[in-house]
Design a protein around this ligand. Structure first.
Ligand SMILES: [Zn+2]
Ligand SMILES: [Zn+2]
Length: 349
């Protein structure tokens, strides 16, 4: 089978490897139908991360179940599912407390599509082995646009995680989103607006992303990052930029929360005294993934959000090496039958 291999900045290629097989009765094999880049993949592919090739890239996909082990109860051959980005067992103390992204049964950080996290393959591939399939897959509800939810494993629920629970605790609160990293910031804007934020302010310098944020009814701010952007109870840093992170930390209400999606690959000094005086809760992490996937799909299915607005290109799966070599917000690579169904709605130029 083929798997998309990241070689060096701007260079990807299909490489052959043996088909994965069911190794335990809890495994399944999935054929990716639609796969997209995490914002981290865009940083990697365009030379803005510390990860060096070659390695199989990609950890966001939907796929079709093509084989199941004898203990798999919740999924059948033919089901269309979201493949959770992390490798998790489903029964350890972390998996059973909504932290499958740090499963204690596998090596630290175990996930698809990154070097040093285990040889699990990447989601731009013909087949994937799924460990503990009953907990690692979520069915896709019928009738929703598959390209729009190609990110339902990771970046889409990341946007949910950093906004919706905080707005549930502080209904109608104002939200600041520092953009720049890519799609997660826009998913955060989308969820914040849908969850009833009274005001969503979005900072960025990219015209296309600013335009999307505006369509999502954010108040957009284009240009240089200020020292502080105001005073918000809920702040999201999805900038991959140190100055924006500092601005986020200085723009939070007393006892408010700043969540950072990462993209910062080295130590950064933090305004700790200022944070101490005001009271700042700071969280950074890779996102919990699995526990929020089904909820996010419900929000799409019942029309509360429409993530298709974030999709920047839809292209045939085979074209992945060329399509992904060009910077793009959320390019979705899709199998030919589905591509034909949706009519190449946003064909890659
Ligand atoms: Zn990711
Ligand atoms: Zn576990």
């Amino acid at each position: 089978m083929r798997e998309l291999t990241y070689i060096a900045p701007g260079k990807l290629e299909w490489r052959e490897r043996p088909d994965p097989a069911i190794q335990t009765p809890n495994d399944a094999i999935v054929r990716p139908l639609a796969a997209t880049t995490c914002d981290l993949d865009q940083l990697i592919i365009h030379g803005r991360s510390p990860f060096a090739g070659p390695f199989a890239i990609g950890h966001e996909c939907l796929g079709e179940v093509v084989a199941v082990g004898e203990n798999v109860r919740l999924h059948c051959v033919g089901d269309v599912v979201v493949v959770h980005w992390h490798i998790s067992c489903g029964h350890c103390v972390r998996c059973t407390s909504a932290r499958p992204n740090s499963c204690a049964s596998h090596q630290p950080g175990a996930m698809y599509g990154l070097p040093g996290m285990g040889d699990w393959g990447g989601t731009f591939s013909d087949l994937l082995r799924i460990v503990s399939a009953d907990t690692a897959l979520t069915p896709v509800p019928p009738g929703i646009d598959l390209a729009g939810v190609a990110s339902a494993a990771d970046n889409l629920p990341f946007g949910y995680e950093f906004t919706v629970p905080h707005l549930a605790a502080a209904p109608g609160a104002e939200v600041l989103v520092m953009g720049g990293c890519g799609s997660i910031a826009l998913y955060a804007v989308m969820f914040a607006a849908a969850a009833g934020a009274s005001r969503v302010v979005y900072h960025d310098v990219d015209r296309d992303r600013l335009a999307i944020a505006e369509r999502l009814s954010a108040e957009v701010v284009d240009g240089a990052v200020p020292r502080s952007a105001g005073s918000f109870p809920i702040v999201v840093d999805a900038s991959a930029n140190a100055a924006s992170l500092m601005c986020a930390l200085r723009s939070v209400e007393p006892e408010g929360i700043v969540s950072s999606v990462g993209g910062h690959f080295k130590d950064e000094p933090m305004p700790l005294f200022e944070m101490y005086r005001r009271g700042v809760r700071f969280y950074t992490g890779r996102g919990r993934g699995g526990p929020n996937v089904a909820t996010v799909l419900e929000w799409v299915a019942d029309g509360r959000i429409d993530p298709t607005i974030i999709v920047s290109a839809v292209a045939p799966f085979d074209n992945a090496p060329d399509v992904l070599a060009t910077p793009s917000l959320k390019p979705v690579l899709i199998r030919p039958a589905i591509h034909a169904q949706i009519g190449g709605r946003k064909s890659h130029a």
